[in-house]
Design a protein around this ligand. Sequence first.
Ligand code: SF4
Length: 325
Amino acid sequence: MKKGRVFSGARPTGRQHIGNYLGAIQNYVKLQEEYDCIYCVVDIHALTTLEDTSMLKENTRQMMLDWLAAGLDPEKSILFIQSHVPEVTELHTLLSMVTPLGWLLRVTTFKEKAKMQPHNVNYGLVGYPVLMTADIVLYKADTVPVGEDQLPHLEIAREIVRRFNNLFGPTFPEPQAKLTSFPMVVGLDGERKMSKSYDNHIELAASPEETTQRIMTAFTDPARKFRSDPGHPEVCNIYRLHHFYTSLKLNEIAEKCKAAAIGCVECKRLLAEGINRALAPFRERRAIIAQKPGYVDEVLADGARRAHEIARVTIKEVKGKMGLP
Ligand code: SF4
C-alpha cells in the first residue's frame, strides 16, 4: 500500500551534475518505494526564462538518460514531459481565474527573475506559481518533495487549492511538503552552489578523466598557499565533497589536512577516485540505455499516456465544478 502520490518537476537542464543527484535525484529514487511518483520534465516552465530554445529537446533527452541511469524506474513511476499533457495549460488558465494577481506579484522569485531579465518580464514569469500548482493538482498529487527554500512556492499552491475548493467544492487535495534536508553542494569554485551556469560542476556522466581534471583544478582552502601550511578543512570545498564520496574516514582527512600531513593534490586525487568509483555503475548503465534506439522516447510516450489518463479525468471534473457549459 503506497502512502500517497508524489509530484515533482525539474527543468530540462541537460546532463545532470552531482549537485542535482545529491540534492534531488537520489531522493526521487527513494520515494518510488513508498509513493506513487510522477516526475516531469517541465519544458513549459523553461520557456519563462529561455530565449534560445534550440537545445530543449536534446537537454530533455540527456536529463532523462541521467534519471533512468540513476534509478528512476518507468515501471514504478510516471516519467513524462510537461508539454506532452496539454491539459496542464488548460488547468493553468482555469486556476488563474481564482488566483488574485497580488499573490503572484509578491512572490520573491518573480521579483528576482524580473530583475535578472528586465528585457523579458513575460506573463509566464508572473504566472509561474499557477502553472506549478496546475502541475501538481492535475494529477491530484498530495505530496511534493521540497527543500526549505521552496516552501513559499508550495504555500501559494496550497492557497490556490484552498480558494478553488472553497469556491467550487472539494476537488483537489492540499499538497503537503515532504521536507527533505537536501545537502547544499558547493561548486568547484568553492563559493557558489554547484550549477552548470557557473561552470563549477561535475557531470554524473563525465568521463573519469574529465572528472579528475575538473577536481584537480578546483579551489581549496584559500589560506593554504604551500604544502607545508596547515589547512582548514571546514572552509574547503574538496573536504565538503569528501563527505559524500570519500574512501577514507572524514576525520582522518581533516586531521591530516590540519597537520599538513596530506597535500591538496593528494587529497583531490583521493576525491576524484572516490567519485569515479561511486559513479562507475551509473555511467555503465547510462551507456547501455543510451545505446538502445528509441528507448527514451518510448519511456516518455508511455509516461505521457499514463499521465494523460489521470489528467483528462481531473479536467472534466474541474470544468464541471466550475459550471462551464
Ligand atoms: S588537504 Fe584537502 S581538505 Fe585540506 S585544504 Fe587541501 S584539499 Fe582541502
